[in-house]
Design a protein around this ligand. Structure first.
Ligand code: HEM
Ligand code: HEM
Length: 188
C-alpha cells in the first residue's frame, strides 16, 4: 500500500543526529576554539605563563586527536548519518565543507604532533606526567611544520566560521530545521 502523506517520514531537515554525534560535534568545536584562542594569546603572556599555555595547548591537542578519532570511528559504524538537509548544489557544497573540516582536523593533529617532535621539547600532559620527544635536531623542518600548522589552524577557524554562519542563517533567516539536527532535544 502506498503511504499516505501523514505516514511519510518527516523531511530530512526535521530529524536529528544521535546524541553521541552531537556531543562529539560540540566537543570538537569547543576544543578547536580553545586551542586557537590559546595560540592567539600566548605571545602576550610572560614567559612562564606562555610555556604553560603551550603545554595546555598540546595536552588539549592530544584530547582533540582522540575526540576526532572516536568521532570518525563512530560516524563510520554506529553514528546516524542523515540525508542532505538541502537538495541540489547547496547540499552538496555543505557536505563538501564537512569532509574538508574532517580532513583539516586530521591534518592539523598530524602537523601538531610532528612539529612538537621536530622541536624536541619535553612537556607535561595536563601536569600529570612528562612526555618526551626524540631530538631530531632539524630546525628547518620544525620551521616548515610550524608554518603549516599555523596556516591550517587559520584555515580551520575560517572554514568552521563560515560553516557556523551558514548554520545560523538556516536557523534565523531560512527558519528550517538544519541547526536543530545538531542540537540535543526532544524527538528524533
Ligand atoms: C584545530 C586545532 C588546532 C589549532 C587551531 C591550532 C593552532 C595553533 C596555532 C595558531 C599555533 C601558533 C603557531 C605559531 O606560533 O606560528 C599553534 C602552535 C602549536 N600547536 Fe596547535 N593547533 C591545533 C591543534 C594542535 C594539536 C592537535 C597539536 C598536537 C600536539 C598541536 C601542537 C602545537 C604545537 C607543538 C605548537 C607550538 C607551541 C610552541 O611553540 O611550543 N596543535 N597551534
Ligand atoms: C570548529 C568548529 C566546528 C567544526 C570543526 C564543525 C564540524 C562539523 C562537521 C564535520 C559536520 C558534519 C557532521 C557529519 O555529518 O558527519 C558538522 C555538522 C554541523 N555543524 Fe558543525 N562544526 C563546528 C562548529 C559549528 C557551529 C559553531 C555550529 C552552529 C552555529 C555548527 C552547526 C552544525 C550543524 C547544524 C551541522 C549539521 C548540518 C547538516 O545536518 O547538514 N557547527 N559540523
Amino acid at each position: 500500500m502506498m503511504p499516505t502523506p501523514s505516514t511519510v517520514a518527516a523531511p530530512a531537515a526535521a530529524s536529528r543526529y544521535d546524541r553521541t554525534t552531537i556531543v562529539l560535534h560540540w566537543l570538537t568545536a569547543l576544543l578547536v576554539l580553545t586551542l586557537f584562542t590559546l595560540a592567539m594569546l600566548w605571545d602576550f603572556a610572560p614567559r612562564d605563563t606562555r610555556k604553560q599555555m603551550q603545554s595546555l595547548h598540546i595536552s588539549l591537542g592530544i584530547v582533540l586527536a582522540v575526540v576526532v578519532a572516536v568521532r570518525l570511528a563512530w560516524r563510520a559504524t554506529r553514528g546516524r548519518r542523515l540525508p542532505l538537509a538541502v537538495a541540489g548544489l547547496q547540499g552538496k557544497a555543505a557536505k563538501a565543507v564537512h569532509y574538508l573540516l574532517y580532513l583539516l582536523l586530521a591534518t592539523q593533529v598530524v602537523l601538531g604532533f610532528s612539529w612538537r617532535w621536530a622541536q624536541a621539547e619535553a612537556f607535561q600532559f595536563f601536569g600529570l606526567f612528562p612526555l618526551r620527544f626524540a631530538d631530531v635536531g632539524n630546525k628547518p623542518l620544525a620551521h616548515t611544520l610550524g608554518d603549516l600548522h599555523d596556516a591550517v589552524g587559520w584555515t580551520i577557524v575560517i572554514v568552521a566560521g563560515l560553516h557556523a554562519a551558514m548554520a545560523l542563517v538556516h536557523h534565523y533567516v531560512l527558519k528550517d530545521g538544519v541547526l536543530r539536527r545538531m542540537l540535543v532535544g526532544s524527538g528524533t
